[in-house]
Design a protein around this ligand. Structure first.
Ligand code: ADP
Ligand code: MG
Ligand code: MG
Length: 498
């Protein structure tokens, strides 16, 4: 082929390409073969590129970096090179994105299913219980959401043994990194354009990623549907946010769509917000067309009653909510587990092929009511993950802790069981990768998780947007159970199709 001729004609390189790479398709790199000087050059270029293009986060050592933009910035933690990913599974993940979007929308319409599925969780999980209370209030007042905007990210790991793409979870609130994710893809494309020949890699094999613009477009279209040129988009934010640049990328739609964006904490919404009789949401005197939540997914986002009041106020208004309380609850782990039960998808989707495609991505998911599974998990805890109804990373239970917790729950009585679900542990392939953090690269044994964004917009019966909207790979050291880019274990990454 052209490529192998090209490779043969090249002078030997310091990174030392192995011979078999010439004949094999796909051509893959082996991090062991690069010398430090070569990698340092790549790292240097990656850091310059990141700084110039806004692939940045707040620097945690700088006190004001979570509050004041433009001070205390650090390049985002990144994988130096894109991670190989089979094209067939990439296509599969893209293919199911619109089906998952539709599923979330359908499930959100079934208030009884949401309430029933979470009824036992409600008794033992105060946070979920508060969300369900808001949801109940909306059901009682027969609140209708005509304009429905979902900006989701469905996460997958590729199980090494079975070679199957399995869903980790579906995020329906505050799906992060659609801003920075696009930049990582562009960074990798740029590095491969410069160094691709040396590496034996083709920049075209990093899929184009327009996540930022696709989410921004979906938001702009929701704003248009609301149909008041004076109304603003309100981003609900945490009081301190070192991932603010990811969010600002999203709001940079102001420039392209001429929409004013304001950023408010839930506490500020409680202070400055009110809902008029006709449902109009005013915050600081400005009419809000769309509320986009980048806060409100975790108990710590509600330190007092003020924040809960704000969440309720927003929900009661006629502003478009991304997400609505129903979309938010549809993204809980418990609902994920209920949807995986036999026959449940059929309640929400008609198309048999679509149902089969979704089911193919479902890993084993169980409620703790199932004594067989609990017994198995106590015997072999390393094959399971125990999950509470939480978002944002760092909440799951692994390994021996699974056993301990299950034994504790058996003693303490059954009620507490409903706070958790059990999930089959997925074991993706472990590879050596270059991870770059705070200007320094490390060679680590790492595993990856692919997130595929999905945007959905509907006004009454008219579906305006339903699409796959870019992607994000996150790579973490394999010794860490949980990812967490912000927590310092995972880095942002893109994919190299093979
Ligand atoms: P969160 O909503 O807090 O992000 P997740 O379900 O995504 O919760 O779990 C957090 C992290 O834990 C994931 O990013 C992944 O690294 C790891 N994880 C979750 N479920 C599994 C699983 N079934 N097998 C292996 N790792 C998992
Ligand atoms: Mg999540
Ligand atoms: Mg997650």
């Amino acid at each position: 082929t052209n490529l192998s001729t090209q490779l043969r004609n090249q002078t030997p390189l310091r990174c030392g390409r192995s011979l078999e790479m010439e004949s094999q398709k796909p051509i893959m790199f082996d991090v062991e073969k690069f010398d430090d000087d070569f990698v340092q050059n790549l790292v240097y270029d990656a850091l310059v590129w990141s700084s110039l293009h806004g692939l940045v986060v707040g620097d945690k050592t700088y006190q004001k970096s979570g509050k004041v933009p433009g001070v205390g910035m650090m390049h985002a933690p990144i994988a130096l090179l894109p991670t190989p990913f089979p094209e067939i599974h990439w296509k599969q993940a893209c293919d199911v994105a619109p089906i998952f979007n539709e599923l979330v929308d359908r499930v959100s319409l079934d208030g009884k299913f949401i309430q029933d599925s979470l009824s036992r969780t409600k008794k033992v999980d105060i946070f979920t219980s508060r969300l369900l209370d808001i949801h109940s209030k909306m059901l009682e007042s027969n609140k209708k959401e005509d304009i429905r905007l979902g900006l989701h990210r469905s996460d997958y790991m590729l199980d090494e043994e079975t070679k199957s793409l399995l869903q980790i979870e579906m995020n329906t609130i505050s799906s992060s990194f659609s801003g920075l994710g696009r930049l990582v893809s562009e960074l990798h494309q740029s590095l491969l354009r410069s160094y691709g020949d040396h590496l034996g890699l083709d920049s075209e094999r990093v899929p184009k990623n327009a996540s930022t613009f696709q989410f921004a477009d979906a938001m702009a279209k929701a704003w248009l549907e609301y149909n008041n040129p004076r109304a603003v988009i309100m981003v609900v934010v945490q009081p301190e946010e070192r991932n603010m640049y990811d969010q600002h990328w999203q709001s940079s739609l102001r420039n392209t769509h001429n929409i004013v964006t304001i950023r408010k904490t839930l506490a500020e919404v409680e202070n400055e917000g009110r809902v008029l009789e006709d449902g109009t949401l005013l915050v600081g005197g400005q009419e809000v067309a769309l509320v986009y939540f980048r806060s409100g997914y975790s108990p710590t986002d509600y330190p007092s009653e003020s924040e809960w009041n704000a969440r309720l106020l927003i929900e009661q208004s006629s502003a478009v909510k991304c997400p609505s309380i129903a979309y938010h609850l549809t993204g809980t782990k418990k609902i994920q587990q209920e949807l995986a039960k036999p026959g449940v998808l059929e309640r929400f989707l008609d198309n048999k092929e679509d149902i089969a495609k979704l089911r193919k991505c479902f890993a084993g998911l169980w409620s703790l009511d199932d004594p067989e599974i609990v017994k198995k998990a106590i015997e072999k805890p390393e094959l399971f993950v125990m999950k509470p109804q939480r978002e944002g990373g760092g909440n799951n239970i692994y390994g021996d802790d699974v056993r301990e917790n299950l034994l504790r729950l058996q003693k303490d009585g059954e009620e507490e069981n409903a706070a958790y679900i059990l999930m089959q542990r997925i074991f993706p392939k472990v590879s050596n990768m270059f991870l770059v953090r705070e200007g320094v690269y490390h060679k680590d044994q790492a595993i990856s998780e692919l997130g595929v964004y999905g945007a959905y917009l509907r006004n009454k019966e008219r579906v305006i947007v339903n699409e796959q909207s870019g992607y994000l790979m996150r790579t973490k050291v394999s010794s860490s159970n949980e990812g967490g880019v912000a927590a310092g274990f995972a880095v942002l990454d893109s994919i190299y199709l093979n």
